[in-house]
Write a protein that binds this ligand. Structure first.
Ligand SMILES: NC(=O)c1ccc[n+]([C@@H]2O[C@H](COP(=O)([O-])OP(=O)(O)OC[C@H]3O[C@@H](n4cnc5c(N)ncnc54)[C@H](O)[C@@H]3O)[C@@H](O)[C@H]2O)c1
Length: 364
């Protein structure tokens, strides 16, 4: 088996956690890897993944080896002190709409003299040189233009695309068609955490539906203390994130709730929480004889540990699709692993679908 060579867009906290988590298991080979479905997918283990190039805008990351940049401020993940799975370097990306107003005093972009076209040419050349076959998008919420720039780069460089953030690429018909035409797989959009607020909220909502219990209103309030939550203070950047998170829940209900009876969203930034994320979830409605009920849940998780395992599955499914010569949106992997896939399934149906894909029983 060859290595799975991945290029990273946005060398932030999520990527730092992904690289450090894989290293953690390398150093602790007897530990069972939690957060992945299969030890091997298409023959690939988590240790077959290599991060061969990265792209960012921050002056303390660009020009550095990836293995060093993952520890640069404002990244906060410190699970291991070094990684051996990041042989690549970080190159410059255009800023476009990547840095929100509340992040401007925390990220200093490189003073660039290059045009977008020059940066695109350099990126395509670096991707080809490094042998990356998959680009993994970890740009901040609201980076519509920057994500489209990198989806274009993927098409030009002949790379598959895993879109872990909520700009719609896999779930946008136009973009999905472009990837299908180039026979390049795309998995997206917006990674679902292993045990995150989305999956917990969806499963409890589905439980109510399956038990014939009516849901009248529901909310999911999320707070955290990392840069992702700072960026999400800017309401204008949140539109697709709110759609992604809200639809993930609405899709599980028997009847859609009107907009004023469902609130799902990133809600505030609490600095001392760091990468800890708190979610407060409430469902309320009626049972037999219209007697009311309510259900309250509180979830406390490390936001970065939470998305690493599912991302490893998305990368391996994408490589499997490449190996099989498949292009376009991979519906099964997207439905199981992402909040806003091209097609929403229930979670157990999605699990059956991704297993069928892995076993070669379905093509998407
Ligand atoms: N569990 C989770 O953490 C989770 C779940 C779902 C989605 N996501 C999404 O993943 C994305 C990444 O999250 P994170 O915590 O790593 O964010 P982060 O803020 O730690 O990292 C973002 C990185 O992108 C860089 N960047 C900004 N503009 C750029 C540009 N134009 N080109 C290249 N790089 C640029 C920043 O310098 C930074 O290094 C976010 O959109 C987040 O919402 C995370």
């Amino acid at each position: 088996m060859g290595k799975i060579k991945v290029g990273i867009i946005g060398v932030g906290n999520c990527f730092s956690g992904l690289a450090q988590g894989i290293e953690y298991y390398k150093r602790n080979p007897k530990r069972e890897v939690t957060g992945i479905m299969h030890e091997r997918i298409g023959g690939y283990s988590i240790h077959d993944i290599e991060f061969v190039c990265g792209f960012d805008v921050a002056e303390n990351k660009v020009g550095k080896p990836l293995a060093e940049a993952i520890y640069a401020s404002p990244n906060e993940v410190r699970w291991v002190d070094s990684v051996s799975n990041c042989p690549g370097n970080v190159l410059e990306s255009p800023v476009l709409d990547g840095i929100g107003i509340y992040m401007q005093n925390r990220i200093v972009p490189v003073k660039s003299t290059k045009t977008g076209e020059q940066l695109k040419k350099e990126a395509v050349a670096e991707i080809k040189r490094s042998g990356a076959r998959i680009l993994l998008n970890y740009l901040p919420v609201g980076s519509q233009k920057a994500t489209e720039f990198w989806a274009d780069v993927a098409l030009e460089a002949g790379c598959a695309f895993v879109n872990n953030m909520p700009v719609f690429i896999a779930s946008d018909k136009g973009w999905a068609r472009k990837f299908a035409e180039r026979k390049l797989p795309v998995v997206g959009d917006d990674i679902k955490s292993q045990l995150g607020s989305t999956i917990v909220h969806r499963v409890m909502a589905k439980l109510c539906v399956d038990r014939g219990v009516e849901i009248d209103k529901t909310y999911q309030i999320n707070v955290g203390g990392n840069t992702d939550f700072i960026t999400m203070l800017e309401r204008d950047r949140l539109e697709s994130k709110k759609i992604s998170k809200t639809e993930a829940v609405q899709s599980q209900l028997k009847k859609r709730l009107p907009d004023d009876r469902i609130y799902v969203g990133p809600s505030d930034f609490i600095p001392f929480l760091g990468n800890t994320k708190l979610a407060f979830i409430r469902l309320e409605g009626k049972m037999f004889a219209d007697v009311p009920y309510n259900l309250e849940m509180r979830l406390e998780v490390d936001d970065k540990a939470n998305s690493g395992g599912t991302t490893i599955e998305a990368i391996r499914c994408c490589q499997l699709a490449l190996d099989r010569g498949l292009g376009g949106e991979i519906n099964s992997a997207s439905a199981y692993l992402m909040k806003h896939p091209p097609v929403q399934y229930g979670d157990s149906e999605a699990r059956d679908a991704i297993n069928a894909f892995i076993e070669g029983k379905r093509k998407d």
